[in-house]
Design a protein around this ligand. Structure first.
Ligand code: NAP
Ligand code: ZN
Ligand code: ZN
Length: 348
């Protein structure tokens, strides 16, 4: 199938128009005509080869929403015209213990990423900065027409990546939760923690984000440079979700956990994390991580968002402004997720 999008050809050149082929849709596949695609900081890490795993040409994008233009004869969940979403993975082995437990992100064979990956036939996968995508229906999600479609796109990565650990560690009423970093992931973490009923504190390096933090659900916003304001929370958190994209000191946050508290890292800075043993033996603390979420859980999150009117705060952008958008994301200057309007792709 012919596709058209924007690709990175190396780690420095701006993304450029790119024609390519996807597999022809099979019996269990749906073709999604892409309406919007979010810009995740992971796109930037990979385009710039910060994780040292780049495969070029790379068509990034794993926060994909659009309409089904074709459903294979064996497809059950979708018909032509339905809204659909695709996130960070497009396949997994489906038979390992983790896949069977609906934890496809942790597939023992290794899940197939939506882009910058090879599928099980060795074909390079291409992501959502493009006009269409072919995906087995097991890895495609239903989208409610109740929500603003463009603002749903970031739920497919930023949404599930924050929802999943909050649910796994049973965040809710009576729990005190910290969210670190108000970016694409952080602002969704804030919305979910607040919506689940937790007392929610935002930690930010940006003094200019305090009012937004409060609006988005923080009971309190702490500027991390203010050591006294941080110290006030020592030993008090049940759970802290670290959504920061750049190297930083995690011990500062570990020290804020109460007895048996957990800090979970979802951010993926390109440098190892240093943990002081004293930060974790004190209060029997745990330091953990979490990767996106399984397919049923992603659908559950999308349904939860439709029921509770939750979407991402977005700035719409166009394919000709990707470099500018990337630079602003890296500066922490986006409120709070860029979403590419795919109608801006040149025709043909
Ligand atoms: P983002 O929109 O750029 O947000 C990152 C936030 O981190 C910034 O808004 C900023 O918040 C804070 N920050 C940035 N530089 C910092 C620094 N030097 N020191 C302290 N804080 C800093 O990025 P995102 O799209 O939310 O992604 C966040 C990270 O999660 C990325 O590394 C991404 O690759 C990773 N990720 C992981 C998964 C997963 O499955 N685990 C999924 C998606 C993304 P303040 O201005 O509030 O300080
Ligand atoms: Zn992502
Ligand atoms: Zn598997």
């Amino acid at each position: 199938m012919k596709s058209f999008g924007y690709a990175a050809h190396d780690k420095v050149a701006p993304l450029a128009p790119f024609r390519f082929e996807r597999r022809d849709p099979g019996a269990n596949d749906v073709v999604v005509e892409i309406a919007y695609c979010g810009i995740c900081h992971s796109d930037i890490h990979q385009v710039r080869d910060e994780w040292k795993n780049a495969i070029y040409p790379m068509v990034p994008g794993h926060e994909i929403v659009g309409h089904v233009s074709k459903a294979g004869p064996a497809v059950k969940k979708f018909k032509e015209g339905d809204l659909a979403g695709v996130g960070v993975m497009v396949d997994s082995c489906r038979v390992c213990a983790n896949c069977k437990a609906d934890e496809e992100a942790y597939c023992e064979k290794g899940m197939v990423g939506t882009y910058n990956a090879r599928d099980y036939n060795g074909q390079l996968t291409f992501g959502g900065y493009s006009n269409n995508i072919v995906v087995n229906e097991r890895y495609v999600h239903s989208i409610s027409p109740k929500l603003n479609l463009a603002a749903v796109a970031p739920l497919l990565c930023a949404g599930i990546t924050t929802y999943s650990p909050l649910k796994f560690w049973k965040v809710g009423k009576g729990k005190k939760v910290g969210i670190v970093g108000l970016g694409g992931l952080g602002h969704m973490g804030l919305k979910f923690a607040h919506s689940l009923g937790a007392e929610t504190v935002l930690f930010t390096t940006s003094a200019g984000k305090v009012a937004d933090g409060q609006k988005l659900g923080a009971d309190e916003v702490v500027i991390t440079k203010d050591a006294a304001a941080v110290a006030k929370h020592k030993g008090s958190f049940d759970f802290i979700l670290d959504c920061v994209s750049a190297p930083h000191d995690v011990n500062q946050y570990l020290d804020l956990l109460r007895l048996n508290g957990t800090m979970c890292m979802v951010g993926l800075p390109d440098a190892p994390v240093t943990i002081s043993p004293f930060s974790i033996i004190t209060n029997r603390r745990s330091f953990s991580g979490s990767m996106i979420g399984g397919m049923p859980e992603t659908q559950k999150m999308l349904d939860y968002c439709a029921d509770h009117g939750i979407v991402s705060e977005i700035e719409l952008t166009s394919v000709d402004k990707l470099s500018e958008a990337y630079d602003r994301v890296v500066k922490g200057d986006v409120k709070y997720r860029f979403v590419i309007d795919m109608a801006t792709l040149p025709k043909g």
